[in-house]
Structure formats: C-alpha cells, structure tokens
Design a protein around this ligand. Sequence first.
Ligand SMILES: [Zn+2]
Length: 341
Amino acid sequence: MSPTWRGAILGRWAAGLLGSVVLVASLQAQTLELRFLDVGQGDAALIVTPEGKKVLVDAGPGASPIVPYLRSHHYDTLDLVVASHNHSDHIGGMPDVLTTTAVRYYLDNGIPHTTATYQRTIRAVQASGAQYLAASARTITLGSARLRVLPPPSRQVDQNNGSVGLLLEYGQFRALLTGDSERDELQYWLQYDSVPQVTVVKAAHHGSPNGTTAAWIAATRPQVVVVSVGAGNSYGHPSLDVIEQWRGAGARVYRTDQDGAVILQAKRDGSYIVLNERAAPTAPAASAGTPAPIARSSGATAQATGACCRVCTRGKACGNSCISRAYQCRQPPGCACDARP
Ligand SMILES: [Zn+2]
C-alpha cells in the first residue's frame, strides 16, 4: 500500500473516530445530572449542568465524604454552594468544602445558629472569598438550567421551617429540594409561591412525617422521590407512612441508606434515567426479580430510540446510556451497542 493510500485510510479512520467522539461528547453534553450523595444521616446533593456548572446543596454531617468525592471527580470549583439551613447534618461538611474548594457564591437561609459548626462555617465563608447571596426570591441561571430560590417566610427563626427551597429546572425536567422544611413552610410555599408539578422531590426532613403533607404531594406529583437518610439513625427517619404516601401517589422512592448515591441523568425534554450506587437490600421481591425500568420515558425518549446506539467508551452500557462500572444497572437492555444480549 502506498503511503498516500495509507494516509488517506488513516485520515478517514481518524475522521470517523473523531466524529464518534464528537457525537458521544455532544450527547453527554446535553445531560444534566442531579446527584444525591450518600452522606449518612444528612443531606448533600450535587447538580452538574450540561455546561459543567456545579452547585452543591448542603454538605452532609461533619464526617461526610464530600471533599474526597469532589477531589475524586477533579471538581476544584463550585459555582454555587447552598446551605438549606444551618443544622449540622447539612453544614457539618461545609467548612472543609469551603477551605479546599473554590466557591464562587454561597447562599444560606440567613438564620444564624448557636452551634460551633455554624460559627466555623460562617468563618470559612468569609475566608473563602465566596460572594454571599441572601435567600431572596430570585432565579439563578446556570448555563441552560435555572435554579429558582423559594425563600423561607420572613422573620422565621426556626431552622427547619426556615429552610431554603430550590426548584431546579432544565427544560421540562424539574426537581424540588427543600432541606428540612416542615408542614408550616410547605404550606407557606403552597400559599405564597408557585409550586409546580415536578419530576423529582427530595423528601423534606429525611422523610419525617412532618416533612410531607397531602397538599404537598398533590401539588408536586413527582415521578421520583429521594430520601436522604442514614441507616439506623436515632430519629426513626424515614417514616414508612411517608414512603407509602409518595408511592401511593405514583412515585418511585429511593433511599440513600439502601440505594447509596442516587443519580438522575436528565435531558431537556424531561426524560431521565435513575442510577443508584447499590441495589436496595430490602427492595420488594417483585422489583428485585424483574426490575421495572428505572427510566421513565417521555414521548421524546421513545422517538430518540432509533438513533441512540452508542458505544460505551467508558463504564458500561445500561439501557441506552453508558454508566460508571461502580453503579448498578437496573434497566432492561436498551440500545447502547454493548448492552445487546
Ligand atoms: Zn436534616
């Protein structure tokens, strides 16, 4: 073979490979991730937008593994950090985050707390150079996603009922995170704010009975509910009644104490898949035997099926997506190329 021919073939092969890489990159670039991290008894969630903007909502208790997690993903900058409220199961990990990671903006509920953890956190915010944002009614643009702040009632002094609410919107995909809000604050938002139907709700107050109401369920009507909770916690969280209420309304419920980290990968059309770190040991036998599809597909996903064949260059195939090898795949075989039987 002449050098010219060899060059032409190599060039075509390289162009094809480059095309595949660009295709895979552009498919991945359209995905927003909402990751509920397993931090034991506490809350921590990370939002990663298609443009790579990162928002940390709460940082778990003091011993939470947030900093090692951020390091392992090479996340050295957070565009926004939100403390839903100033209890230590939400801000215990905050000083470490603020002293090891560049934080552009910091937002909390503006309600001081008496604990040493709160004092350490505020000192770390001041030393970090992060710009402080009050929890006023505002919408924060994060590339192609938006974060609407649901402020707590003015003059509220209770931490739980003074939690900052967040409505994450990425096209048709919506998620509500409301810290440890209890009945009073949920009712306040229903009365004075516009609470839409959403795709995902983080069960308020770790699935406690005071963090869910029938009116809240009726307004939000999520397909997925995530309970951030530690195994064997002394509070009795979550309430099994609360879990049954959400399930009764048609939601699929995930718990970080049983499922590990719960990750939603969402597209602008509202379609999404749910990945969890480990299989739930107490999952009902029916779902363990023949797992129902975790992906709730909208019409748009069904339309995309014919064009979704992908080679997983990293991780493993799961349904029509590529996921980390560390995650359980609980979807039926899809159309990722190496997922075919
Ligand atoms: Zn809490």
